[in-house]
Design a binder for this molecule. Structure first.
Ligand code: NDP
Ligand code: RET
Length: 303
């Protein structure tokens, strides 16, 4: 009897969430205020990280900026201060566990408060054919894009968020963490791992009833930051699915964060190849070939 009642409640919940999320496409839900929150952004020295710093500042949050490139990071901090915001820049190599823990402690001491929003954004890609790629380069991709998530999130900042049942963990993964293509083995492996890490953590928080600690997984398509310079699909397909502008990508991610959306693929059209993973492998391959997405990385790895 209890089983049947649980089943009924579960089915009603499933339908409710499908309807709610479909409605969210047309009716924008209320966004939360993050004024005064302390946001830590990794990889803030350029690309998406820099735009995130500016967008969080516009929302009234203070930003802690972590990047391996001290000079570039200081430039981001200066841009934030020009906007009237508060920025605190630290040079950190997120692959170095000890460096991460030491800097996390320094942030706590310097600012006297805890990070409440963590944006795991730093990322790298080898950009070489697997057999031409030195082991250390493969290892670096996995360390930056995946291992670092453990040090930053679990060890350095999550304990305080859990203790206060307040916070938000944002993982900047990629559509290449949901489906793959040729010649980016290091990157896909690391981003699929990042997605797995993020989702498992999100489940863990839910099972512990820590509903004040939110999670958002961001999966963008190609963004024009230079990281994937040259990556291209078929011309005709590119007219429908052009590379994203960094500003647009970050605005979409911010919308998702501010409404506590658990997953966002940018643009929405990229949910389609994610779902089509259920089709036979061969069917997907012919679609890839037709769209030129099987060899989309060739111009990138050859540059
Ligand atoms: N660009 C794209 O097409 C897409 C990107 N993404 C993801 O978005 C995120 C941001 O990418 P994007 O802005 O394009 O990349 P960028 O290369 O422009 O920026 C990444 C930043 O991370 C820094 N960084 C690299 N390694 C470390 C490290 N060990 N410790 C600290 N900081 C480090 C880089 O410093 P330095 O420059 O000195 O290396 C750089 O400032 C990444 O996770 C990426 O995988 C997702 C989908 C598409
Ligand atoms: C594979 C594939 C596609 C192309 C994807 C590309 C080109 C993704 C590039 C992503 C990047 C560069 C992510 C960085 O993190 C389509 C056309 C969507 C549809 C079919 C499957």
């Amino acid at each position: 009897m209890i089983f049947l009642m649980d089943l009924q409640v579960m089915l009603l919940d499933v339908v409710y969430f499908i309807l709610r999320n479909s409605l969210r496409v047309v009716l924008r839900p209320r966004t939360k205020s993050i004024e005064g929150e302390l946001v830590l952004i990794t990889g803030s020295g350029g690309g998406l990280g820099r735009v995130f710093a500016q967008e969080f500042t516009k929302q009234g949050a203070d930003v802690v900026l972590w990047d391996i490139n001290g000079a570039a990071n200081e430039q981001t901090a200066a841009l934030v201060r020009d906007m009237g915001g508060k920025a605190f820049a630290y040079s950190v190599d997120v692959t170095q566990r000890a460096d991460v823990y030491r800097t996390a402690e320094m942030v706590r001491k310097d600012l006297g408060r805890d990070v409440t929003i963590l944006v795991n954004n730093a990322g790298v890609v080898a950009g070489r054919r697997l057999l031409d790629c030195p082991d250390e380069v493969v290892e670096k991709t996995l360390k930056v894009n995946c291992h670092a998530l453990f040090w930053q999130t679990v060890k350095a900042f999550l304990p305080q968020m859990k203790a206060q049942n307040h916070g938000h963990i944002v993982t900047i993964a990629s559509v290449l963490g949901l489906f793959s293509t040729a010649c980016v083995e290091d990157y896909c492996a690391s981003k699929f791992a990042a997605v797995g890490f993020h989702e498992s953590l999100a489940h863990e928080l839910l099972t512990e009833d820590l509903d004040g600690v939110k999670t958002t997984l961001v999966c963008p398509y190609i963004v024009d930051t230079g990281m994937f310079e040259g990556c291209k699909i078929r011309k005709e397909a590119e007219m429908i699915l052009p590379p994203l502008q960094p500003q647009y990508c970050v605005e979409q991610a911010m919308n998702a964060i501010l409404i506590d959306q658990p997953l966002v693929c940018i643009p929405r059209m990229t949910y389609i190849p994610y779902l089509s993973r259920l089709l036979p492998w061969e069917s997907n391959s012919v679609v890839y070939r037709f769209l030129g997405s099987d060899k989309c990385m060739y111009p990138f790895i050859d540059t």
